[in-house]
Design a protein around this ligand. Structure first.
Ligand code: ZN
Length: 100
């Protein structure tokens, strides 16, 4: 397969994986900042979504609004598919160069 064909196949694959993201998303329990919160003062906590990632070797975390959770989950699933595609790409490059 020539480079142009391989490039087109990659663009098709990568384009189908939009949006793609990397990191982890989990549900956590936390206290809120309101001093008179009934939920927190009763010992219960609030459910919240926390996104964690590594950027330039540093761990970062960010709370995720409920409205963004669905899209972010989809992006993370696409990101895992993208990572698999990149591993297969590396294996393909190695096998391809062996045949040349
Ligand atoms: Zn609270």
């Amino acid at each position: 397969m020539d480079e142009k064909t391989r490039r087109n196949e990659w663009m098709k694959k990568a384009g189908g994986l939009f949006p793609a993201a990397k990191g982890s998303l989990r549900e956590v329990l936390r206290n809120c900042s309101r001093p008179s919160c009934g939920t927190c003062s009763s010992g219960k906590k609030h459910r919240a979504w926390l996104f964690t990632c590594y950027l330039d070797g540093k761990q970062r975390s960010k709370h995720v609004p409920k409205s963004a959770v669905k899209e972010l989950k989809k992006a993370l699933a696409n990101g895992r598919r993208m990572e698999k595609a990149m591993v297969l790409s590396a294996l393909g490059l190695i096998d391809g160069s062996r045949e040349r």
